[in-house]
Design a binder for this molecule. Structure first.
Ligand code: SF4
Length: 401
């Protein structure tokens, strides 16, 4: 049966994209294939005698909130070269593929955390070389933000090693002040301060907070092996409060914790079936730290990063995918693969909270080598405006297939 494409996806940039605006008639395809897809590339793939990969079948670049776990699993397990290609194509539909945002993450309150995240050197449950400190002074934080801006960062993230903000009224007030000041520098501002209540979320919103980071870390099933001091549902609740306050959600995870591919897919499923896709999804590779229960974990291979990034890009096409912790282990060509797969943000600065990060100069040189350009700050709540979709009881992934 002949079929005609009704997909008319135009890239956000408005530039012409010959790949994606197509009206293509399959005149003589066998019926079996005509209903799947009609682009020349997939026809070729069929001609090579292979089934279409999960990536080829699903990389349309549409915002979808009804992903099934088996679809995400099929994307994740596509041949790497196919996954890279399709991740890259989806990336180009919605973003300038050369623009990579530089973010800076500062630990404003380090160590002594009452949570027991098994990867984290800041947990007071483990003895590591990290020393507990008080909240940094205002001038220290603001001059770090200024320096970050001068170095090309357009997003400044502040992390505090707290379970929540209970009993931290004066510190919270200070942080709200930091947010106002840094937003006034024309930077995006993000915080990660543990669990929030509605009132705190509203205050942060009023102060001009762009995004709040609260990672899922891993799948619901694997989560209890990593953290016992707060539940997956508590995480999802904080994320909902952030979203409801009108603050963009930044939420992602870490690979290399000993999880399986099923867990990775499970986490991406939870993220991509939220009522809105997170504005930002950090993909971290564990940097095993001595003294933590995960100190002996093997380093993550770049191919696993590429799979995660490309899959995240395909299922959450308009989200900023951040190549985050663990980047320091990857060579420039390996990082290039991650950008090709759809990552469009990195953290610059010599430290990521308490762990080492890539050197500033080598990052600048990488931008030059790869022809990347710094991405400007963005203050519109894009995903929120576009999503008319509403989940009821299954929002936040509480119902798992
Ligand atoms: S990851 Fe955050 S919440 Fe968990 S122990 Fe470290 S600082 Fe605390």
């Amino acid at each position: 049966m002949p079929s005609r494409s009704n997909r008319a996806l135009t890239p956000a940039s408005g530039r012409a994209s010959v790949h994606f605006v197509r009206s293509y008639t399959v005149a003589s395809s066998p019926t079996k294939f005509a209903t799947i897809d009609e682009s020349p590339r997939t026809q070729k793939q069929i001609a090579f005698g292979r089934d279409l990969s999960g990536a080829a079948l699903n990389a349309h670049g549409e915002l979808r909130y009804d992903w099934k776990k088996d679809e995400i699993d099929a994307i994740y397990h596509s041949p790497i070269m196919d996954l890279l290609y399709h991740g890259s194509n989806v990336h180009r539909l919605h973003f300038d593929p050369l623009a990579v945002q530089q973010c800076t993450l500062l630990s404003i309150k380090t160590g002594g955390c009452s949570e027991d995240c098994k990867y984290c050197p800041q947990s007071s449950s483990y003895s590591t070389s990290v020393k507990a400190q008080k909240l940094l002074d205002t001038d220290v934080v603001l001059s770090a933000a200024r320096a970050a801006k001068e170095a090309g960062s357009t997003r400044f993230c502040m992390g505090a090693a707290w379970r929540d903000l209970a009993g931290r009224k004066s510190n919270f007030k200070k942080i709200v002040g930091f947010v106002k000041e840094i937003r006034a520098m024309d930077m995006e501002v993000c915080c990660t301060l543990g669990m929030l209540n509605d009132d705190q979320a509203a205050q942060l919103k009023d102060a001009g907070l762009t995004a709040y980071n609260h990672n899922l870390d891993t799948s619901r099933e694997y989560y209890p092996k990593i953290i016992t001091t707060r539940s997956y549902d508590e995480r999802l609740e904080t994320i909902s409060k952030v979203r409801e306050a009108g603050i963009s959600v930044c939420s992602g995870g870490i690979i290399g914790l000993g999880e399986t591919d099923v867990d990775r897919v499970g986490m991406l499923h939870t993220l991509s079936t939220m009522p809105q896709h997170p504005e930002s999804v950090p993909v971290n590779a564990l940097l095993a730290v001595e003294g933590t229960p995960l100190e002996k974990q093997e380093p993550v291979k770049v191919w696993d990063m590429v799979r995660m990034i490309a899959t995240a890009r395909i299922v959450m096409p308009k989200t900023m995918i951040r190549l985050s912790a663990g980047r320091v282990r990857f060579t420039q060509p390996e990082q290039a693969l991650c950008f090709m797969a759809g990552a469009n943000s990195i953290f610059t600065g010599d430290k990521l909270l308490t762990t080492p990060n890539n050197e500033f100069n080598s990052d600048q040189q990488m931008f030059q080598t790869l022809g990347l350009v710094p991405k400007a700050a963005s203050f519109k709540v894009d995903l929120a405006e576009e999503s008319h979709h509403h989940h009821s009881s299954e929002c936040c992934g509480s119902k798992h297939a």
